[in-house]
Design a protein around this ligand. Structure first.
Ligand code: SAH
Ligand code: SF4
Length: 344
């Protein structure tokens, strides 16, 4: 018998399950609270009868993570986790401390099928999707480990969230539930490489999250070299979807732009970027590319990065250079897992 992933159930699904077991529906609310607070066994649910706990054990499992490695940055306290899932696969999360609280960067898949040329995660392909419960467990495990509360979540770790659409949406629903972790959707960002069909579907949910779009280049010739997804949905198709998304949600969009020396850091690129983004209410996040040993990408010098930013701001765009956190622990995702030989 396949056991139910009980932590991925929303409250009404849990109520149905409990009703099927012949128990009163209000029990579901208690169980939901326990699960979302991060318990790892049914025995921790002390206000649930022993009989019901046994039934739950027989029919369900609680997704939990084991901390395999924990790297702490000596520079800024950023913590990078390598977690082991119930089936032995591994994923990463990164916990960052800001003035306003803790932000956790979570993974949405084991590996990724999108194959971007600059990304460590993409190198090994997709192994499997994560469940909503495994996304939630990344938060509860880090909270318990550090004895803190996470206030912001970025779905920007390993994997493409819109290639795991159902679970990503379920995660958003669960993590923001008042009886759950209750992290407001305004405090959550979802980053996509540009899966247009997913952006279209997501817009219909009208979540007040921040959509981050990994644009990285304003010309199809450059972007297609960096990101295979551009061959399916080119820049015009992507930006049309972004405009539609903005019409539906009225939310500002964030564009990620990883600067690679001599590839996408020219004045011509800055000008074209400004032209293409005209009319979209947005913010541009400039990221010095993180070199991956499997390719020859180099970050431009600091002076060049500042120049690129100025070219954009001169054109009226809102651009900032992302602060690098955890530089000494290689905090960008995908790299620790590969080093540990977990690439499958
Ligand atoms: N799959 C999603 C989210 C995970 S990747 C996406 O691609 O948006 C999170 C961000 O890290 C993306 O903006 C991605 O382009 C960027 N990224 C990946 N590898 C990088 C590297 N080596 N240097 C800088 N940014 C990188
Ligand atoms: Fe996947 Fe994002 Fe990496 Fe591209 S950048 S391979 S979409 S995780």
């Amino acid at each position: 018998m396949v056991k139910t992933d009980i932590k991925s159930l929303n409250l009404s699904e849990l109520e149905n399950l409990i009703a099927e077991m012949g128990e009163p529906r209000f029990r579901a609310s208690q169980i939901f609270k326990w699960l979302q607070s991060g318990v790892e066994s049914f025995d921790e649910m002390t206000d649930i009868s022993l009989k019901l706990r046994e039934r739950l054990k027989e029919n369900c499992y609680i997704a939990s993570l084991k901390i395999l490695r924990r790297l702490v940055s000596k520079i800024d306290g950023t913590v990078k986790y390598l977690y082991e899932l119930n089936d032995g696969e591994t994923i990463e999360s990164v916990l960052m401390k800001y003035e306003h609280g803790y932000s956790l960067c979570i993974s949405t898949q084991v590996g990724c099928r999108m194959g971007c040329s600059f990304c460590a995660t993409g190198l090994g392909g997709l192994i499997r999707d994560l469940t909503a419960s495994e996304m939630l467990a990344q938060i509860t495990t880090a909270q318990k480990d550090q004895n803190i509360r996470v206030s912001n979540v970025v779905m920007m770790g390993m994997g493409e969230p819109l290639d795991n659409f159902e679970s990503s949406v379920k995660f958003l629903e669960l993590v923001s539930h008042p009886k759950g972790l209750n992290i407001g959707l305004r405090h959550i960002s979802l980053s996509t490489s540009g899966v247009v069909s997913g952006i279209e579907k997501l817009g219909d949910y009208n979540f007040p999250i921040t959509l981050s779009v990994s644009l990285h280049a304003p010309f199809d010739s450059i972007r297609s070299d960096m990101m295979r997804v551009n061959k399916k949905w080119n820049i015009d198709a992507l930006l049309t979807a972004c405009r539609e998304y903005q019409k539906k949600t009225t939310r500002r969009i964030s564009f990620e732009y990883a600067l690679i020396d001599g590839v996408n850091d020219t004045k011509e690129c800055a000008d074209e970027l400004a032209r293409k983004l005209k009319g979209i209410m947005c913010h541009i996040n400039l990221i010095p590319v993180n070199p991956v040993k499997e390719n020859s990408n180099k970050s431009p010098t600091k002076t060049k990065i500042i120049k690129f930013k100025e070219w954009l701001t001169e054109k009226g765009l809102n651009a900032t250079v992302r602060r690098t956190l955890g530089a000494d622990i290689n905090a960008s995702c995908g790299q620790l897992r590969r080093k540990e030989g977990g690439e499958g």
